[in-house]
Structure formats: structure tokens, C-alpha cells
Ligand binder design. Structure first.
Ligand code: FDA
Length: 453
């Protein structure tokens, strides 16, 4: 093999798997690896996960106290494929001493705070596999005789820059917050993803007005949270629709998130794939849980009864410009779409709950991206096993968890299919055996990680 560049690990024996990111997707992969039970492909699999956060966190900036999950607790890290998993939500409840109370609660959609606690509980069982505070910076192909046999992953963490070699790379770096064109983050202009991390900065200043821009679940949750947390502040919700619209979580439509739906979508023609999204976008995009909508409406109505309006829903409206007023506060120009009228809105903080874009692994992959095959639309070609098509000269495996809506459909960036997807990836990796006689890079990791029952 070509030698890795400066900073390379002194022991070049590759890992079986390096995962970029340790959110729910790669946590589910760690669970699947642990439960696969090895030996696989010539020995237990070795894995390392790189996570840039200081500790496990699942959208911590939006961990609003009373926000609830949008999927059943049964769609946890393992239950869909292994109902008796020791990493399932029920095991977590049992260990926390809350199983009976949870049953009495009769709740299918627990709070996000509770699910976060569950995920942290599961992540804590894999700390020996994860390097926190470590960001993956680049990936380089490792070639011998014209074949790409492995990838070198360059990362920066507490120990400085390091290069680790792996036979399989699983990128699960997550959704990327999206601001409208021309909007810049600032001290008082935030994306909803940073809400709870930024609020303490303004809390002591007694903010009197907020703008919340967006029509989806996050926008509605942020508006409700600010309205409740700052009882003297006005909350202006700028909503491009006539009103918040409910998420379709009825049982037949919900099947779009089933494992079988991935098969149906994957094999469908491009025009049919478009129909999937056209028919069922309202299960996930720019929609809000009905109870959150009803709660907001109830608050607005009560205020109109009292004649003290604090929650203003500016419907059919969009922000056309952002700037600063003379006092340095954010100044928004808001257009009322039916007649084009523009008004000025000065607020203490503007929160853009304008969504996320899909994971894009290409910048991280660097020269490895050039090995990836693309479809007619220029998007990465990805196999049913989530392995990117890299052509016959690349034996190393590159897998994606996220960024595959064009191939695997609507659940690609969601929790719905975590357990199954992770298992499919592990099976694919296990099917390509480690070359005979090749050592694992670190015996301690190998034995502590994968020889679990
Ligand atoms: P996630 O974004 O969670 O994790 C990616 C990790 O990679 C992060 O920890 C990040 O720090 C790390 N990372 C990124 N680049 C890195 C690099 N170069 N090096 C090292 N680390 C790197 N879905 C659902 O099905 N049900 C639900 O209820 C919800 N609820 C929900 C609420 C909110 C507020 C949001 C924003 C989204 C949801 N979602 C959801 C969708 C959401 O995408 C999903 O819940 C998971 O976060 C997907 O998990 P991932 O691990 O793929 O990404």
C-alpha cells in the first residue's frame, strides 16, 4: 500500500470500519456491530467512530422540554430488527426503573428529552469506540497495484491531527442547517438548531420581541417555546403558508417509513420516485404535529379574548431582507404575499427555522469523491446496501447513512429505519472478508467491542 502521509498512525493495519459522526445513525451501527455476534469475515470487526462534539448529543439546541418524538419509541436503535435487544428503549426504561411508569403513561411518542437520555445511555456503552472532540477533516485513497484497498481518514482531536486507515468508511455526519440566501448568522440572528445554546446569551437582557421564520415542526416548536419562556415578549411567526399544516401520521401513509418502502423506492423508476415525494412530502416536510398547532392556536385565541396579543402569526408572508436597525437589533423586511406589501419588523432576536439540507459527504471525501460513480443527475450512485458505487478498482467500502434520499427515499435522514439500515450495512461489510492473516489494529478495542453477547 502507499504509505499514509505525515501524521499517519504508526500501526497501519486498517480498521474494519471508521464511522464519521456519532449521532443516532452511527450509534445504531455500533449496536448492530455489537449484536452481529462475529466472527465475521475472518474475525470480529474493529470499529472507530469520530465525533466532533465533546460528548454524545442529538440536536441539543432543539431539546425543548416538552417537545415530543415524531416516531414511535419502538423505532429505537435496535427493536425493529431485534425486539429483545439489550440496546432497545424498553431495556433502557427497565434499567432506569421507569418501565412500569412508562406503561402507565400510555405514550407512543415520548419526549425528545427522554429519547435523548435513551440515546446517551446507549452511547455510553460504546465509549471505548468513540473519539469525541475529534473532527474528520479529509479522506484519502490508499492504493496498491492500481486498486484502492483502504481509506486514510485525517482527523483533528485533542491529540492533534491523526491519520487512521480503514477498509470501510461509514459517513453519517447528519443534516446541515439551512438559512435563506442572503441571511447571515449573527449574535441576534440564529438558526433554530442553535436555539437553546444561544438563548442564555439574551435571557438576562429581557428580550421583548422575537421573529420565528418558517412553517415546519421546528418553527412551531420554537414559537411555542419562546412564547412560554418569555411571558412579556412578542413572538412574530412569519409563515409562508396560510397557516401551519398538520403532519400526516395516519397509519397507511406512515408506511412510507417502513423498511419495505425502501425496497419499493430503491427499485422504482425516477418518475415514480418523484411521485413518492409528491404524495407523501406532508409526512415530514414543512408540516407540524397537530397537537402543537392546536396549542399555538389556543394561545393566540386566548390572547385575542384578553385583548393582549403577543403571538402574531404573519401568514402568507416571507422575509425578503435582513439587516440591522439603528439600535443594532435585527431588522426584517416582511412581504405579505397576496398583495406584495412590505413591512419592517424590528426584533430582539430572529430565529430562522428554515430547515436543513441533506448530508453531503463530497467535501469530506476530497479525492475519494472522484472514485464515486454518479447518476444522470450527477448524484452519487448508491447500492441498496448503502455502499457508494466506486467501480471495480476500489475494494474499500464507502457507505452513507444520510444523503441518500434520491436512492433510498424519505426515511434516509430519519430515525425510522436506523436499526435495519445499520444491520444492512454491517452485513454488507461482513460479506467482504478481511484479507487472510491481516491483524486487527488494536486488540483491546477488538475484544471490548465486539465480543459482546
Ligand atoms: P445527526 O445529525 O444526529 O448526527 C451527526 C453527527 O455527526 C453529529 O453529532 C455531528 O457532530 C457529527 N459530525 C458531523 N460532521 C463530522 C465530522 N466531519 N467529524 C466528526 N463528526 C462529525 N427524525 C425522526 O425520525 N424522528 C424525530 O422525532 C426527529 N426529530 C428531530 C428533531 C430535530 C430538532 C431535528 C433537527 C431532526 C429530527 N429528526 C427526527 C431528523 C434527524 O435527522 C434524525 O433524528 C437524526 O438526527 C439522524 O441521525 P444522524 O446520526 O444521521 O445525524
Amino acid at each position: 500500500m502507499d504509505e499514509a502521509s505525515a501524521g499517519a498512525d504508526p500501526n497501519p493495519a486498517p480498521y474494519d470500519v471508521i464511522g464519521v459522526g456519532f449521532g443516532p445513525s452511527n450509534l445504531a451501527l455500533a449496536v448492530a456491530l455489537a449484536e452481529h455476534g462475529g466472527p465475521l469475515g475472518g474475525g470480529p470487526l474493529n470499529a472507530l467512530f469520530l465525533e466532533r462534539r465533546p460528548s454524545f448529543g442529538w440536536h441539543p439546541g432543539m431539546l425543548i422540554e416538552d417537545a415530543t418524538m415524531q416516531v414511535s419509541f419502538l423505532k429505537d436503535l435496535a427493536t425493529m430488527r431485534n425486539p429483545v435487544s439489550r440496546y432497545g428503549f424498553l431495556t433502557y426504561l427497565h434499567e432506569r426503573g421507569r418501565l412500569v411508569d412508562f406503561i402507565n403513561h400510555k405514550e407512543f411518542f415520548p419526549s425528545r428529552v427522554e429519547f435523548h437520555d435513551y440515546l446517551e445511555w446507549a452511547a455510553a456503552q460504546f465509549t471505548d469506540l468513540v473519539e469525541y472532540r475529534t473532527e474528520a477533516l479529509a479522506v484519502r485513497p490508499v492504493t496498491r497495484d492500481g486498486e484502492v484497498l483502504a481509506f486514510d481518514v485525517v482527523s483533528r482531536g485533542p491529540e492533534g491531527e491523526r491519520v487512521r486507515r480503514t477498509r470501510n468508511l461509514v459517513v453519517a455526519s447528519g443534516l446541515v442547517p439551512l438559512l435563506p440566501a442572503g441571511v447571515e448568522r449573527s449574535e441576534r440572528v440564529w438558526h433554530s438548531a442553535e436555539l437553546l445554546e444561544r438563548l442564555p446569551e439574551v435571557e438576562g437582557t429581557g428580550p421583548r420581541s422575537f421573529a420565528v421564520i418558517g412553517a415546519g415542526q421546528s418553527a412551531a416548536e420554537v414559537a411555542a417555546h419562546l412564547h412560554g419562556r418569555f411571558p412579556r415578549a412578542e413572538v412574530h411567526a412569519v409563515v409562508p403558508r396560510y397557516g401551519y399544516s398538520p403532519a400526516d401520521d395516519s397509519p397507511f401513509a406512515n408506511r412510507i417509513f417502513d423498511p419495505d418502502a425502501v425496497d419499493a423506492y430503491f427499485g422504482a423508476a425516477p418518475a415514480v420516485k418523484e411521485k413518492f415525494f409528491e404524495y407523501h412530502a406532508n409526512t415530514n416536510y414543512s408540516v407540524v404535529d397537530l397537537d402543537v398547532i392546536n396549542d399555538l392556536y389556543r394561545r393566540a385565541y386566548q390572547e385575542s379574548v384578553r385583548g393582549e396579543r403577543r403571538l402574531n402569526v404573519l401568514n402568507m408572508s416571507r422575509v425578503t431582507a435582513t439587516g440591522q436597525g439603528p439600535d443594532g437589533r435585527p431588522r426584517l423586511e416582511v412581504e405579505y404575499l397576496p398583495d406584495g406589501r412590505r413591512t419592517r419588523l424590528d426584533v430582539d432576536v430572529a430565529v430562522f427555522a428554515t430547515g436543513y439540507r441533506q448530508m453531503d459527504p463530497v467535501p469530506l471525501l476530497g479525492p475519494v469523491a472522484a472514485l464515486c460513480e454518479r447518476d444522470a443527475a450527477g448524484l452519487l450512485r448508491v447500492g441498496r446496501d448503502y455502499r457508494v458505487d466506486t467501480g471495480p478498482d476500489t475494494r474499500a467500502g464507502l457507505y452513507l447513512q444520510g444523503g441518500t434520499e434520491h436512492t433510498h427515499g424519505i426515511s434516509s435522514s430519519l430515525l425510522s429505519n436506523l436499526a435495519i439500515r445499520a444491520w444492512e450495512i454491517v452485513e454488507s461489510i461482513a460479506a467482504a472478508p478481511r484479507p487472510a492473516g491481516e491483524a486487527a489494529p488494536d486488540e483491546s478495542i477488538r475484544s471490548s467491542a465486539y465480543v459482546r453477547s
